[in-house]
Ligand binder design. Structure first.
Ligand code: PGA
Ligand code: ZN
Length: 429
């Protein structure tokens, strides 16, 4: 008997941070090691993501139940993986991909498959007494957190058109200090919003979702004021990142900024970003253009790609086929890594490695619907990508990842290195 062979796999329906159903998977190995993984879920999802299987039965959870995905784990998947070595992630993931047999995991569901892939990684770490980050790679770098302190778009009700305004504490000496910088600015921002009577309720990722914004630029000014109020230097201690999630703003060749009552084409959007990049310390822009606007992206990359990190999220969906096209056509220079966009640990690793060979950075990311699962914190350290996007400085499903990263930093001790400014290879010192 191999102690790390899978003895049992059991899935359950649980709730995510939005109160919607998602999949949890419990795995037990022959030697007695047990682990659980929970699957995240997006709201501004890309059209090319792997399929998240939902029941569609309007009588349960407004059609969002995941009992089909749960059943797929409990029968075909459990039967296939029983006896397999949980420490051989690649073989296990390959088996799961073959069992599904579709290019986008439409048969079994990426939520079913990912639950098993993540739970196996966690169980393998428990069984072998290895820190989880070590099962993903040799990295010792603590990532720069991209902290989404102002939520708009689909993650809020009456806020900015653009989805995410992030703090990037790249000047901090350690990860724990980066967290302190972020927390202090988050609270300063709360005071500023309160003083202006704009509301201090938070959106899906724990950032403020103020009402009464007149433009999509105003959040940048508010955040810079908060950085100053907390006595940090914008650009040196803390830079900024944006995720306009512009696929959500796009229809028929046009990007609509409803709050500003105007519509633009890809060149017009690029002009906005170029103007902002000149006037503000912006080091990263994600999904500046829509998921299938390859021509627009080519122009955006040619215009800004030498000085700003341009991250493909909906554009690449953690999918090597789409990333290969991007590399070939000189589109974007960074990849967002969301494990549930592709559905297995191994394919997420492949995306990072493909990007690395082409000089693309990678940002490991949560989803707007999250759980208390912290696996991505270990993943980003093991894979050594140097950047993580896991929300604001409130809501425990976000904070859990930060707390885990601070724990890892302590555990690594003198070996730990904070990625800092060097993580942003396109940004001049
Ligand atoms: P999602 O948003 O999880 O709702 O897709 C996150 C993002 O766009 O980065
Ligand atoms: Zn995004």
């Amino acid at each position: 008997m191999i102690k790390t062979a899978i003895a049992s796999v059991l899935a359950r329906e649980i709730l995510d941070s939005r109160g919607d159903p998602t999949v949890a998977v419990d795995i037990e190995l022959e030697g007695g090691a047990r682990a659980t993984a929970m699957v995240p879920s997006g709201a501004s999802t890309g059209a090319h993501e792997a399929v998240e299987l939902r029941d569609g039965d309007r009588n349960r959870y407004r059609g969002k139940g995941v009992l089909k995905a749960v059943a797929n784990v409990n029968d075909p998947i459990a039967r296939a993986v029983k006896g397999r070595d949980a420490t051989d992630q690649r073989a296990l993931d390959t088996l799961l991909i073959e069992l599904d047999g579709t290019p986008n995991k439409a048969k079994l569901g990426a939520n079913a498959i990912l639950g098993v892939s993540l739970a196996a990684a966690r169980a393998a770490a428990v069984a072998t007494g290895t820190p989880l980050y070590r099962t993903f790679g040799k990295g010792t770098t603590l990532p720069v957190p991209l902290m989404n302190v102002l939520n708009g778009g689909k993650h809020a009700t009456d806020s900015a058109d653009m989805q995410e305004y992030m703090l990037v504490p790249l000047g901090a000496p350690t990860f724990a200090e980066a967290i302190r910088y972020g927390s202090e600015v988050f609270h300063a921002l709360k005071d500023i919003l309160h003083d202006k009577g704009m509301g201090t309720g938070v959106g899906d990722e724990g950032g403020f979702a103020p009402s009464g914004l007149r433009t999509n630029e105003e959040p940048i000014e508010l955040i810079l004021a908060a950085i100053a109020r907390a006595r940090y230097r914008a650009g040196e201690d803390i830079a900024l990142a944006l995720d306009p999630a512009s696929t959500e703003l796009y229809a028929n060749g046009t990007y609509t900024l409803a709050r500003e009552k105007r519509s633009l084409d890809a060149r017009g959007m690029t002009q906005i970003y170029a103007d902002w990049a000149k006037r503000y310390p912006i080091v990263s822009i994600e999904d500046g253009l829509a998921e299938d606007d390859w021509d627009g992206w080519r122009h955006l990359t040619a215009t800004l790609g030498d000085r700003v990190q341009l991250v493909g999220d909906d554009l690449f969906v953690t999918n090597v086929t789409r990333i290969e096209r991007g590399i070939r056509e000189k589109i974007a220079n960074s990849i967002l890594i969301k494990v549930n966009q592709i559905g297995t640990v191994s394919e997420s690793v492949d995306a990072v490695e493909l990007g690395r060979r082409a000089g693309y950075t990678s940002v490991v990311s949560h989803r707007s619907g999250e759980t208390e699962d912290t696996t991505i914190a270990d993943l980003v350290v093991g894979l050594d990508t140097g950047q993580i996007k896991t929300g604001s400085l409130s809501r425990s499903e976000r904070i859990a990842k930060y707390n885990r990263l601070m724990e890892i930093e302590r555990e690594l001790g003198s070996v730990a290195r904070y990625a800092g400014r060097a993580a942003f290879t396109r940004v001049r010192a």
